[in-house]
Write a protein that binds this ligand. Structure first.
Ligand code: ZN
Length: 171
């Protein structure tokens, strides 16, 4: 799987924070792997106040909606509920993932899941929440506000140039 992530991913999502957490940015890449997907997340700009409040852990899920849009109350309302084609209870949703941890405002994580392939989630969204998923509460683990979101798109050659541009703005 380490060799896989030296190749181009199958799909990618550019992550943007909501109005309150506008400095959050980064990307999540999706690599087609035997039996599922390796996801690599790299995010910057997590504010210290939030890191203190959440002890550095954030719920992380694939949501079924196709758009990081919403309304005044919930910036990313249109991301919808957790991706759940099997109609199971949380944390049995296909889109349920381990929480992410931030360190000095930075997140880097890789996770392997056999619950979907990258092509299954193209056209859906990946969402970071303000606190950790409790892996019990229904219907979504009580992880609070959606603070950052990315629309999952097929990887294209120009994804790479976009990615290196946003890397340049990192730190
Ligand atoms: Zn769930």
């Amino acid at each position: 799987m380490m060799l896989k992530i030296k190749e181009n991913p199958t799909a990618t999502a550019e992550i943007m924070g909501n109005g309150k957490y506008g400095n959050i940015r980064g990307r999540v890449d999706f690599y087609d792997t035997y039996g599922g997907t390796v996801m690599v997340a790299e995010l910057y700009g997590i504010p210290k106040e939030l890191e203190d409040k959440s002890n550095g852990f954030y719920g992380f899920h694939i949501h079924e909606g196709n758009s990081c849009t919403g309304n005044e109350r919930d910036t990313f309302a249109d991301a919808g509920m957790h991706y759940n084609p099997g109609n199971k209870a949380h944390p049995g949703h296909a889109g349920d993932l381990p929480p992410l941890i931030s360190n000095g405002g930075v997140i880097w994580a890789a996770v392997y899941t056999g619950r979907f392939y990258p092509e299954d989630v193209v056209g859906r969204t990946v969402v970071l929440h303000e606190r950790a998923d409790d892996f019990r509460s229904q219907s979504s683990g009580d992880s609070g506000e959606k603070i950052a979101c990315g629309e999952i798109v097929e990887w294209e050659a120009d994804s790479e140039s976009r990615a290196s541009l946003s890397d340049g703005q990192g730190e």
